[in-house]
Design a protein around this ligand. Structure first.
Ligand code: 4AZ
Length: 245
């Protein structure tokens, strides 16, 4: 995250840190006791689920402690249209955590799911939402950071589709935020949330997906538009997930 601040512990309790075998890393968002939403492009090269660790309640990158819980992965579910040839199209994946003693996540002050929006939920252009993650703080960085957060404004779709911005690379299943540089997602933030709040309730509105560089003027971050996938998400996670107790 560029231009952000260190997040206070417990302020983004849905953040998941996802470690692959070979030092690869992505973020994700907890949406129910057993399910994480992330970016599909992080996963298609990693078919070996046994090599993944999902850490919840984490603050420092790769730092576990009394507030963190670590899970294995039971399955990935990609949209059926997903293709590795176009990895930023349909860039969403559902990750089911392995149960431990018959359950996945127990809520704690540091671990709790975000709300999924309804299909009809919209936040207006210009609305200020929050991105968070352990990614680079500058495009030229070489290491991940402690959990950062930053505010980014939603950008009108027609602006993001201008030829000098991203043209037709931005589809109806994507949206853009943070046009004016400074605050942006960067490498290692992929898969994490664009959270938009209404009346103090945060909703998973976007998934950090791609962008040209980080914080470049006129090159906003591009996010998977979660409301377009709500029916699919519910069809996958509702039958099997269990309510928190
Ligand atoms: C990445 O490599 C990445 N500025 C994610 C988001 C953005 C750039 C790169 C958007 O994960």
């Amino acid at each position: 995250i560029m231009g952000g601040n260190a997040a206070l512990p417990g302020t983004h309790p849905w953040m998941a840190a996802i470690y692959f075998d070979n030092s690869n890393f992505c973020a994700g968002t907890l949406v129910s006791s057993c399910w994480i939403v992330s970016a599909a492009h992080c996963f298609f090269r990693h078919p070996l689920m046994s090599q993944l660790r999902v850490v919840l309640g984490q603050q420092g990158f790769n730092v576990t402690g009394p507030n963190t819980r670590t899970f294995g992965v039971e399955e990935y579910v990609f949209p059926k249209q997903y293709s590795a040839f176009n990895p930023t199209l349909y860039d969403i994946v559902l990750i089911r955590l392995k149960k431990q003693d018959g359950r996945c996540v127990r809520k704690t002050p540091f671990i709790r799911p975000i709300c999924l929006p309804e299909k009809s939920t919209t936040f207006p252009d210009g609305y200020c939402c929050t991105i968070s993650g352990w990614g680079y703080k500058q495009e030229k960085d070489v290491g991940y950071s402690t959990l950062q957060e930053a505010g980014v404004r939603l950008i009108p779709q027609d602006v993001c589709k201008k030829p000098e911005v991203y043209g037709n690379h931005v589809t109806a299943d994507m949206m853009c935020a943070g046009l004016n540089g400074c605050h942006d997602a960067c490498q290692g933030d992929s898969g994490g949330p664009l959270a938009c709040a209404r009346d103090d309730v945060s909703f998973l509105y976007g998934i950090i997906s791609w962008g040209e560089g980080c914080g470049r003027t006129g090159k906003p971050g591009v996010y998977t538009k979660v409301v377009n996938y709500i029916d699919w998400i519910n069809s996958v996670i509702r039958p099997k997930s269990r309510a928190f107790v």
